[in-house]
Design a protein around this ligand. Structure first.
Ligand code: CO
Length: 466
């Protein structure tokens, strides 16, 4: 019997997409032992924005959250999303920091590391892969992830080449990450058949979003075309900008005679548990109608929904919404000049903002943003296709070449750890505290200072009581 497995995303992407990652641990702790019996391929529960959100908004230690999930879900593979050399943010970290982060993630409970780079510059995921192989056990999975986008240079052949490269690099599985939810059923069919023909022995995973309304059709075509794993969210946290619903896919696949390995009772109990949790955030306004709706505009303009709303917000601020159509029409030109980067954060904002600037000033590249300059300097990695020579000369000067920032930056000096230890002093009690500080210095300093103050208060209180 054919088998397609399901990754449950409610603890990470579904909650990140629908409610800006503000789901506190206390809201889902109780259901974890039940979720452990569901039979998911994995539970995505960490990485992405969860780390930042824990420290910045929720007053939680992200490492402690992970250890708690591990303790209550001993039988389920726990999965994280890692932005390669950027770890969980947007700047390149040194190799020793990347290695330590991967080591600690595995030590604290992660089984599957889904590793990607915004530009699909695979040099940026190599260190994280090697660290996963070094520190992981026999059940640890390194999943090589491709940022999916549409452009004249992003052909099926190009994606097949990328998959072959991921296989050669030594990844265990491959994930197609359609962050904008713009992959159509037709594209899924051709892409997945092409990839399966080339690297058929490697498990293939599809991650998409319901944003544009394509997802159920796309996932169904992907299943017909040989996909092994799909990402879904428990139904009350599904749809809108989130993933397709776990139970819906379970029932649909059952009729096709495709096994998911899911326990029907358990997945329904999981959804029953999350219903009032969701309602609480609908009532508070944290989950708004917009994130729950289908928005097909992204298909019309070939840009992700988040990028559109960012452009609308900028143009509204500048009282220039009459330039919206012109700015949209400018995007393909800017994107071409930048060598067709995938439209994912931060590149989507860079392309969108530059298009708006070009239109408002009535001239291309009269002003170039700092980010676009840094992109041409090579700070983000290699562009998927050649960039505009003219713009390159304008930014780097005659004969100027981008520097290979990743290689420059990748030295192992131990400096980051030394500086973090000095800055934290006795606030740091573990390697995890130090790592949090390296990733998010301000938020971690505040979190650890609050933690200490809270404990001192408790001590004072207990002395009085005694
Ligand atoms: Co996603």
């Amino acid at each position: 019997m054919k088998k397609v497995q399901i990754t449950e995303t409610v603890l990470r992407d579904a909650n990140q997409s629908l409610m800006a990652t503000r789901l506190p641990y206390a809201d889902f702790e109780e259901i974890l032992p039940e979720m452990d019996k569901a039979g998911y391929y994995s539970v995505e529960c960490w990485g992405g924005a969860t780390f930042d959100s824990c420290l910045r908004y929720l007053g939680e230690d992200p490492w402690e959250r992970l250890r708690n999930i591990r303790r209550l879900m001993p039988n389920t593979k726990l999965q994280m999303l890692l932005r390669g050399q950027n770890l969980l943010g947007y700047k390149h970290y040194h190799d020793d920091v990347v290695e330590k982060f991967v080591e600690l993630s595995i030590k604290n409970g992660i089984d599957i590391l889904r590793i990607f780079d915004a530009l699909n510059d695979f040099r940026n995921i190599k260190t994280a892969l090697e660290a996963t192989k070094k520190y992981g056990g026999k059940n640890t999975v390194a999943s090589g992830c491709i940022s999916y986008t549409q452009s004249p240079v992003h052909t099926v052949e190009k994606y097949v080449e990328m998959c072959k490269e991921l296989k050669t690099m030594g990844f265990d599985t491959i994930c197609l990450k359609d962050m904008a939810g713009t992959m159509s059923p037709y594209e899924a069919e051709h892409l997945i058949k092409g990839i399966k023909d080339a690297v058929g022995d490697m498990p293939l995973i599809l991650h998409t979003h319901c944003t544009t309304g394509m997802a159920y059709m796309t996932v169904t075509k992907a299943i017909e075309s040989g996909i092994d794993v799909i990402d879904c969210a428990t139904s009350c946290f599904s749809n809108g900008t989130s993933q397709p619903a776990t139970e819906t896919m379970f029932y649909a696949l059952q009729q096709y005679g495709i096994k998911t390995g899911l326990n029907e009772d358990v997945i329904n109990k999981v959804n029953d548990f999350f219903k009032p949790v969701k309602q609480k955030y609908v009532d508070s306004g944290r989950i708004n109608a917009k994130s729950m709706a289908t928005d097909a505009q992204a298909l019309v303009y070939k840009v992700p929904g988040g990028m559109l709303s960012n452009m609308i917000a900028n143009l509204t601020d500048m009282k220039a919404m009459d330039k919206f159509e012109a700015a949209l029409a400018e995007i393909p030109a800017v994107r071409k000049d930048l060598g067709y980067p995938p439209l994912v954060t931060p590149l989507s904002q860079m392309v969108g903002n530059q298009a708006v600037t070009n239109v408002l000033l009535g001239q291309r590249y009269k002003q170039v943003s700092k980010e676009v300059k840094n992109y041409f300097k090579g700070e983000y990695g290699i562009a998927p296709a050649p960039v505009s020579k003219e713009l390159e000369t304008q930014i780097l000067g005659e004969g100027g070449k981008p520097v290979d920032c990743r290689i420059e930056d990748a030295k192992r000096t131990g400096e980051d750890f030394k500086k973090a230890k000095e800055a934290l002093g006795d606030l740091a009690r573990s390697e995890e505290d130090i790592m949090s500080y390296i990733c998010y210095p301000d938020q971690t300093m505040k979190f650890l200072t609050d933690r200490k103050a809270k404990e001192e208060n408790i001590c004072k209180y207990s002395i009085v009581e005694a």
